[in-house]
Design a protein around this ligand. Structure first.
Ligand code: ATP
Ligand code: MG
Length: 553
């Protein structure tokens, strides 16, 4: 097989390994989420990287739930993670694993370390341990338990497992170093006592391995060749390599890359959970959340998310990606696939005085000018219409191309109209425009010779379907949310959700489906929300047609 050209530093490592025949030319990666929340856009980067790398170099990828912390993990999250990875288009076949399946192996590994004199039971409190640890520039002092005999350590560890000690009374620590400048090597904790129900192992265990004594070992047990993780694990690597050497287990190679940071968003499951718990959003799949489920509900496609992950690339240094790039990518995709329809969100009524009352005419309008196969549909026209309030101005500035008293504009796919009379209520609010239409100006066969620049979207009033529209904007109004120390109330965008309960829609939208993506002409891209019922359709705005954020600031 010809080895594909590498396009980032991780692929370069893989190519070198393939060329040198390391691990018999095997490439085996894994995506290892902790099931303590829903996946977010940062995880998408990791998923695309791990599955993409294996696919490109003829390898395979495991899905492994890193479920060593019993108190924060739940089946709900496992199910959501599975669904999201599948939806993104990746397949782990039958390789779905759980770190908790390795609890017995990990226990045996701990015993091996104890037997080698490389681990001991410490009765110190967390405060005492911290104190003895010292600082990167000062040496640690051993706690009184560091010199326990192997026999005593084996006995105590066994009794820890049997539940003879209180939670927190003892821990197992590796015996590595008192003076390493890398604090992760100063006798790190390996096991703790914690009586907590585990979502898979139930109450079988009352001792649990620490993340650092489970993650790397799980990679070795699965014979993962390339263990890809984010940069913050760089200082943990010496500890993982120490374990590999002392336990004589499979030498998975850890490679660190820069995590995705995105402007105007939070990217930690813990913080996202807080938004859910505090009711700032309506759940993990709130369309304002940058979770996979939120993005899906918002109308993002799996293709666009994968494309985004490819475009941002893989770096060795932390950086911040502009949210505008994510929006650009989805716009590009939706522009290709979205069906163009007409919806008026803030209507004024237009009466065509020279069009026969009660007459109905079906106009053929193409569904998507970017897609020849998308076909066309028939849209009813009558003498009573709605147009957007902002498309009319009583005293317009120069270069106003939309409707004004005495002025003309084209109704999309229909006729040119002229505004003859403006009707207002007692408060001076415009309630109706009385217009005439030019019968020979029909779209596609216009013989009127009238020059118009403005094209307005419209909906026939007697045919209109009233549906709900939810306009979303960014949840935060500061760029670097993670770095902001302002209280949450001050950085939340108060206009992140605007609901229009009864927008006027062309009748086709009554039968809108979740499989179709829509462009509401001049309003943005929309999709059907699962809150919809057959009688009441709800549409989410995925993204505006253009990047309006910079202007608004
Ligand atoms: P969080 O702080 O959001 O919980 P995490 O890293 O603790 O993130 P895990 O469930 O442990 O979440 O992550 C699973 C995988 O996804 C890990 O390999 C991790 O490195 C990767 N990952 C998490 N966040 C990002 C991100 N922002 N960019 C790229 N990869 C990420
Ligand atoms: Mg984590």
């Amino acid at each position: 097989m010809k080895i594909p050209k590498p396009s980032n530093f991780i692929e370069e490592i893989v190519v070198q390994d393939l060329k040198s025949g390391k691990h018999g030319g095997r490439v085996h990666t894994r995506f290892p989420p902790e099931p303590n929340g829903y996946l977010h856009i940062g995880h998408v980067k990791s998923i695309v990287l791990n599955f993409g790398l294996a696919a490109k170099y003829g390898g395979i990828t495991n899905l492994r739930f890193d479920d060593t912390n019993p108190s924060k993990e739940e089946q709900e999250y496992v199910d959501a993670i599975r669904k999201d990875v599948k939806w993104l288009g990746f397949d782990w076949a039958d390789r779905e694993y759980y770190a908790s399946d390795y609890f017995e192996d990990l226990y045996q590994m701990a015993i091996k370390l104890i037997k080698k004199g490389l681990a001991y039971i410490d009765d110190s409190t967390p405060e005492e341990i911290a104190q003895h640890k010292g600082t990167p520039t000062t040496k640690a002092t051993p706690t009184p338990y560091r010199s326990r005999s192997i026999e005593e350590n084996l006995d105590l560890f066994h009794r820890m497992r049997n539940g003879e000690f209180e939670d927190g009374a003892k821990v197992l620590r590796a015996k590595i170093s008192l003076d390493s400048p890398n604090m992760h090597l100063r006798d790190p904790l390996l096991y703790r006592i914690k009586r907590a129900h585990h979502h898979r192992t139930g109450d079988k265990w009352c001792i649990y391995p620490m993340y650092d004594f489970a993650h790397g070992q799980s990679d070795s047990l699965e014979e993962i060749t390339h263990s890809i993780c984010t940069l913050e694990f760089l200082p943990h690597r010496p500890l993982y390599n120490w374990s590999i050497k002392q336990l004589e287990i499979f030498p998975s190679r850890q490679i660190e890359f820069a995590r995705l940071n995105l402007t105007y968003t939070l990217m930690s499951k813990r913080k996202l959970l807080k938004l859910v718990e505090d009711g700032i959003v309506n759940g993990w799949d709130d369309p304002r959340m940058l979770t996979v489920s939120g993005l899906r509900r918002r109308g993002y496609t799996a293709t666009a998310l994968r494309e985004f992950a490819d475009r941002i690339g893989i770096a060795k240094r932390d950086n911040m990606i502009d949210m505008a790039l994510l929006e650009f990518v989805i716009r590009e995709e939706l522009n290709r696939i979205a069906m163009r329809v007409m919806v008026v969100t803030d209507p004024i009524k237009v009466t065509i005085t020279n069009y026969e009352e009660g007459k109905e005419e079906l106009l053929t309008i193409i569904n998507n000018p970017e897609d020849d196969t998308a076909g066309s549909r028939e849209v009813p026209f009558s003498n009573s219409l709605y147009i957007e309030r902002e498309d009319f101005m009583e005293n317009p500035p120069k270069k106003w191309f939309r409707l004004a008293p005495g002025g003309v504009a084209r109704l999309k796919g229909a006729y040119i109209i002229q505004c003859d009379e403006v009707i207002k209520d007692a408060d001076g609010q415009v309630t109706e425009l009385r217009c005439t239409y030019f019968p020979d100006s029909k779209s596609g066969q216009d013989k009127s010779g009238i020059k118009v620049k403005g094209v307005l979207h419209w909906v026939s009033a007697p045919h209109a379907y009233e549906g709900e529209v939810r306009l979303y904007d960014r949840l935060f109004n500061v760029e670097d949310v993670g770095a902001s120390d302002l209280p949450m109330e001050e950085i939340i965008n108060p206009n992140s959700l605007i609901v229009i309960p009864n927008a006027k829609m062309e009748p086709a939208l009554k039968d809108a489906s979740t499989n179709t993506y829509y462009q509401f002409m001049r309003k943005g891209y929309f999709c059907l929300d699962p809150d919809s019922t057959p009688e009441h359709k709800v549409f989410n705005r995925t993204v505006t047609l253009r990047d309006g954020w910079k202007r608004k600031k």
